[in-house]
Design a protein. Structure first.
Length: 141
């Protein structure tokens, strides 16, 4: 995980410090990493600090080996900076994240995805939700 999170030219750390495709200069309203390991359900490490300022991230990343990793840095679009709003999100064996907004998310979410996934949207804990235009990325093993 350390190799992917810290070392590439456009690493998550670089993206959190130097946002180039948004209206803000940093993505400092939290971050999250999800990965698949030895358990059927994915693991999460999330925080409300900027990724570059999380003192435990490098320690955790240096000790995790995974074939599948999901990482996200956050610039809030108005929802509170709290752990429950940091991506990725987990439901069962699925990891998911979004970028953007979707009005009336709970109702729209159920019609977007196949029927088995509608509980994801009802079970979310934070107040963040995608609104158009939005990118939604799903991952499962």
């Amino acid at each position: 995980m350390e190799e992917l999170v810290f070392r590439p030219v456009h690493s998550i750390i670089d993206q959190s410090l130097h946002a180039k495709l948004t209206g803000v200069t940093t993505n400092g309203d939290g971050f999250g990493i999800g990965w698949y390991g030895d358990r059927p359900a994915p693991s999460l490490y999330k925080g409300t600090h900027p990724a570059w300022n999380d003192e435990n991230l490098r320690e955790v990343a240096a000790n995790i080996r995974t074939p599948l990793l999901f990482a996200h840095v956050r610039a809030s679009s108005g929802t509170p900076v709290q752990r429950s709003n940091c991506h990725p999100f987990r439901y069962g064996r699925w990891l998911w994240m979004h970028n953007g907004s979707l009005a009336n998310f709970a109702a729209a979410g159920a019609t977007w995805l196949w029927r088995e996934t509608r509980d994801w949207f009802r079970g979310r804990r934070g107040s963040t939700a995608p609104r158009p235009p939005s990118s939604l990325l799903l991952l499962s093993v």
